[in-house]
Design a protein around this ligand. Structure first.
Ligand code: ADP
Length: 449
């Protein structure tokens, strides 16, 4: 087991990792920018190192400073959290060269899945169902039109190096293709420095369903069921739940086993998420995230498995703590991502929290680094906390969520809490009837009404 883990992240996820390390009796090192000197993860860690000015590229993305912090403190492993350096293959390689363990998959797997064209090819080879589309990158308009005609319009053009929902364009017919291809390539080039794009069939009303997997890095892997993350705004997840209200037991087991088998065959190490669009009973692979996800707690709630503990175990050579046949799924869990944003316009709302009170009681978990008097810096993303609620079934979970939201107080800044109060009272949500476009439509209707 490790002696000391350096957590190369901030906010709620830094705290999340810190908690897992503490339970294992492992020392913790926090790193922080000058803007985060007062942050909770810095206060709770055994040691802390300031790694630079506020801008992320000078601090949380500054590999040189982070490796130096490891050497100064004698940390023997790094947990990257999500975002920042978590899917940076080069970072994983640099750590290896310095004899520091990267708590995550091997660099080759990060690189493979970071290239979406290669990821799709790999998925297909491993027996994972994929969205119909081009075999590889598409550059010529004539070729794009030929492929689109073959799979049928509408199609979506996506950046191979894409992420965060950027660089995607929909073409509804041949006339739209020319502009869509050109715009997607220009955007991809500007955003990712790589203008390779590929084409997929555009699904009209899919759900976003993802499968949590953990591999031992050799030949074993388990799946921990799925999460439904269809409630999105601008391709950003807002509300996530497990299980998906749309799947039956047979579908759940089938897709879970396909994913676990593929991950075992890859020799993948640690936690990962295989993302699908789901429509009319069919799953279509879209990408794999080679890290811990923001929404991992809903899986923890229904399986009782601590995913960060599992990541640390695997990275230290201890293997998986469970076999597939030991994993039990119980009840229902929902996570709300609480952002420091105006609940109507979604304009970020940094500033000082004058009063912070979190809900508690049976089945309620809050992951947040906030406290009364905390000043939210304007430099980072606006997620300030996650409310995760668990119940014996979805109805109980929704009742509990409504109660927990009523208890939650964040004064001094705007938050998206009121949005969740609306959602939890909505009939479509109660029925579990929503697709990936539902939230955008709901918000558009509300802003008009
Ligand atoms: P990113 O890595 O940028 O998040 P993804 O491939 O995961 O890109 O896609 C992000 C979102 O875009 C999906 O959750 C879905 O809402 C939408 N999307 C992606 N591919 C398709 C498709 N073939 N049809 C319809 N919507 C899609």
């Amino acid at each position: 087991m490790f002696n000391k883990i350096l957590i190369a992240n901030r906010g709620e996820i830094a705290l999340r990792v810190l908690r897992a390390a503490k339970e294992l009796g492992i020392g913790t090192v926090a790193v922080h920018s000058t803007a985060d000197a007062e942050a909770m993860h810095v206060r709770l860690a055994d040691e802390s190192v300031c790694i630079g000015p506020p801008a992320a590229r000078d601090s949380y993305l500054n590999i040189h400073q982070i490796v130096a912090a490891c050497e100064i403190t004698g940390a023997d492993a790094i947990h990257p959290g999500y975002g920042f350096l978590s899917e940076n293959a080069k970072f994983a390689e640099i750590l290896e060269a310095h004899n520091i363990t990267f708590i995550g998959p091997r660099a080759e797997h990060i690189r493979l899945m970071g290239d979406k064209i290669e990821a799709k090819r790999t998925a297909r080879r491993l027996g994972i169902p994929v969205v119909p589309g081009s075999e590889g990158a598409v550059t010529e308009e004539a070729e794009a039109k030929r492929i689109a005609a073959e799979i049928g319009y509408p199609v979506i053009i996506k950046a191979s190096a894409g992420g965060g929902g950027r660089g995607m364009k929909v073409a509804r017919d041949e006339d739209e293709m020319e502009i869509a291809l050109h715009t997607a390539r220009t955007e991809a080039g500007a955003a990712f420095g790589d203008d390779a794009v590929y084409i997929e069939k555009y699904l009209e009303k899919p759900r976003h369903i993802e499968v949590q997997v953990v591999g031992d890095g050799v030949d074993k892997a388990v799946h921990l069921g799925e999460r439904d993350c269809s409630l999105q705004r601008r391709h950003q997840k807002v509300w996530e739940e497990a299980n998906s209200p749309a799947l039956n037991t047979e579908e759940r087991e089938r897709i879970g086993m396909i994913c676990a088998k593929a991950i075992a065959e890859m020799g993948y190490s640690g936690a990962g998420t295989i993302e699908f669009l789901y429509e009319d009973g069919e799953f279509y692979f879209i990408e794999m995230n080679t890290r811990l996800q923001v929404e991992h707690p809903v899986t923890e709630a229904i399986t009782d498995i601590d995913l960060v503990n599992e990541q640390i175990r695997v990275a230290s050579g201890g293997g998986l703590s469970v076999r597939q046949d030991e994993i039990r799924f119980h009840g229902h869990a929902i996570e709300c991502r609480i952002n420091a944003e105006d609940p109507r316009t979604f304009v970020p709302s940094p500033g000082t929290i004058t009063h912070f009170h979190t809900p508690g009681g049976v089945g309620v978990r809050v992951d947040s680094g906030c406290y009364t008097g905390y000043r939210i810096p304007p430099y980072y993303d606006s997620l300030i906390g996650k409310l995760i609620v668990h119940g014996r079934n979805r109805v109980e979970c929704l009742m509990r969520l409504r109660r927990a939201l009523d208890e939650f107080v964040v004064d001094g800044i705007n938050t998206t809490l009121p949005l969740f109060q609306d959602l939890v009272a909505n009939q479509d949500i109660a029925n579990g009837e929503y697709d990936i476009h539902w939230l955008e439509k709901y918000l558009a209707a509300k802003s008009q009404g």
